[in-house]
Design a protein around this ligand. Structure first.
Ligand code: AGP
Length: 609
């Protein structure tokens, strides 16, 4: 997720674009850049790091121009660097582009353009767009863009300018947001309305496969066939901070609701339904290396550790490879008995967790292949391992991990299929069905989110409790752990999670009317056993709240309240059963007046030991 902006009008363009980028920084902040036209040429400045680095560079060496575009990046293809920072130029340096999204077919397009003699300076997918526009350019920039976008596959929003057709900004989008601001003789285009609100409330939302042409006097709208469109102008009354949270009260709630798109983005470009194949070449782990793998070690902390426990069950079921999952903070001090054919996987959304990095370094060796699953491109852990599989969750601002957790599950599911395919464990049919199930998950989560109000109302009954028990078995035990962690870390309520079968070995002594139990009990291989655990709790006057399958007709008679989730492939049920627990914890924490996005004593990335 990146932030893009363009401006044409009478105001000083450089400070206006920089201010706009600062309002888009929550969308990504690993590098930034600006390009403005001063009548003759394109003046460009790019930096690695945050917008403040761009501001400093511009203070030291000012740029001049009277219209331009800007970008703040969350890298998905190409490490964060000045060279990979947007805006990107074509061969001639007369066309410049910024882009938000993922161009899935950029490698094939790049090959074609290279054969036509184009020279590339970066390994980003975005630069391909600049060269495509150059390839199609005749006289009008909008026509060149209209032709270029026909070749693009993926979700994107782009903005282009060119000195070959000056005093004009052209925007196009398909799958990523783009809004046009209509001011007094000035026009804006941006990833969202936040940068526009101080200048205009008259907004046009571009729809998919639409083009906007902003010049010094008017704005035209086209569809992708270059037919003129008559677009509705909206009058908005939002304040800026609300926009960053897109109207949600907290980043955590916004990020819970972003999960369907995050899973789509993490799957994007990596699964082919036609072939039923998963493509993880980007990890750099060759088939030969994967074929040799006989065991996997997953090292992680906190929520990532819980994702690792679910990844273990996915990989063992799909790929037949035994997986050990270790708390990094513990593992680093153990005696390491490494099997020579072990793949080491470090699971860390921030890629900066000190314990995870240290634990990996303690066992890192030339002979053992290693893979990081991270959400931050070129983070410390990502730079340390042989290969990286990035989750495309975008920046997670809320301290409590939500969308990065389900994005990690998605990456682990892809990895399980990748290994299974290479080792020939599951049939093509079984793998294709698994991928089909995986591709339905975003919609399944949307169905749960549509019932958020039901979960909010139910959660209010538990605001004053001070102890909770979470139970689950098999794939649902790590979900119980994750649910207990969410409740603890944002509402400060004591919560423990146990495997259902462990209750009789002690914890059941805890049960009374002051200790509600939340059971994660989808219809799967351990369902009947979980019903027994529920009975054990109920006979001791414990209140039981169940997260259960929508088609479960029995559970309502067994428990005091039910939150239902769609029935899915049992291996994938954690994607769904976790979401109600995220919402449950969120609404209780809000009701208790806790600082949901920045809970006490916590940091988003634990870079200390
Ligand atoms: C989870 O909500 C917490 N933010 C915390 O447990 C987190 O998962 C843990 O610190 C690991 O972080 P990482 O994924 O960035 O390594």
């Amino acid at each position: 997720m990146c932030g893009i902006i363009g401006y044409i009008g009478p105001k000083k363009v450089v400070p206006l674009i920089v201010e706009g980028l600062k309002k888009l920084e929550y969308r990504g902040y690993d590098s930034a850049g600006i390009a403005v036209v001063d009548g003759e040429k394109i003046n460009r400045r790019r930096v690695k790091g945050k917008i403040c680095n761009l501001e400093e560079s511009l203070r030291n060496e000012p740029l001049s121009g009277y219209y331009g575009i800007g970008h703040t990046r969350w890298a998905t293809h190409g490490r964060p660097s000045e060279e990979n920072a947007h805006p990107h130029l074509d061969c001639t340096g007369t066309i410049v582009v910024v882009h938000n999204g993922i161009i899935e077919n950029y490698l094939s397009l790049k090959e074609k353009l290279l054969k036509k003699g184009h020279t590339f300076r970066t390994d980003t997918d975005t630069e391909v767009i600049a060269h495509l526009i150059e390839e199609y350019f005749e006289d009008l920039l909008e026509l060149a863009v209209q032709r270029a976008v026909q070749d693009l596959r993926g979700a994107y929003s782009i903005v282009a300018i060119s000195t070959r057709d000056p005093n004009k900004i052209v925007a196009a989008k398909d799958g990523a947001p783009s809004v046009v601001g209509l001011g007094e003789n000035e026009f804006f285009v941006s990833s969202d309305i936040n940068p526009l609100l101080n200048h205009t409330k008259s907004i046009v939302f571009l729809e998919d496969k639409e083009i906007a042409v902003l010049d010094t006097g008017r704005v035209k709208f086209w569809d992708y066939k270059a037919n003129a469109l008559d677009k509705r102008v909206e009058q908005l009354a939002w304040n800026s901070l609300l926009i960053e949270k897109k109207g949600y009260k907290h980043f955590m709630l916004k990020e819970i609701f972003e999960q369907p798109q995050v899973i789509r983005d993490t799957l994007s470009g990596r699964v082919s339904l036609e072939t039923g194949q998963v493509d993880l070449k980007e990890t750099g782990l060759s088939e030969k290396v994967i074929k040799r793998v006989e065991r996997i070690l997953i090292i992680a902390c906190g929520t990532s550790y819980h994702a690792g426990l679910i990844g273990k069950l996915m990989i063992e079921s799909m790929a037949g490879v035994p997986v050990e999952v270790e708390y990094a903070s513990e593992y680093r001090y153990k005696d390491h008995i490494m099997h020579e054919r072990t793949l080491i996987v470090v699971l860390s959304q921030s890629g900066e967790t000190a314990d995870s990095l240290a634990a990996f370094k303690a066992v890192k060796s030339e002979s053992l292949p290693s893979l990081a699953i991270c959400n931050v491109v070129q983070s410390s852990i990502a730079r340390e391992t042989d290969g990286v599989l990035y989750t495309h969750a975008g920046p997670e601002i809320g301290v409590a991990a939500t969308k990065t957790f389900t994005a990690q599950l998605c990456a682990l599911a892809l990895l399980s299929v990748h290994i299974s395919t290479i080792k020939g464990i599951k049939s093509k049919e079984e793998i294709k069905n698994f991928i089909l199930d995986l591709q339905k998950i975003p919609h399944n989560i949307e169905e749960i989110l549509n019932d958020a109000r039901v979960i909010e109302e139910l959660s209010q009954r538990f605001v004053s409790y001070n102890h909770f028990l979470f139970l689950g078995r098999w794939v649902s035990f790590p979900v119980a752990l994750e649910g207990a962690l969410k409740l603890k870390e944002i509402s400060y309520i004591h919560a423990e999670a146990y495997p259902g079968g462990e209750m009789k070995h002690g914890p059941i002594a805890l049960i009374d009317e002051k200790m509600p139990t939340l059971v994660v009990v989808p219809k799967d291989r351990v369902y009947e056993k979980m019903l027994s655990n529920i009975s054990e709790v109920k006979t001791r006057s414990g209140f039981v709240l169940a997260v259960a399958s929508e088609n479960d007709r029995e559970i309502s008679d067994r428990v005091d309240a039910v939150i239902r989730v769609p029935s899915v492939n049992p291996l994938l049920s954690p994607f769904l059963t976790t979401v109600p627990l995220q919402l449950f914890s969120y609404y209780i924490a809000v009701a208790r007046g806790a600082d949901v996005d920045q809970p006490r004593n916590l940091a988003k990335s634990v870079t200390v030991e």
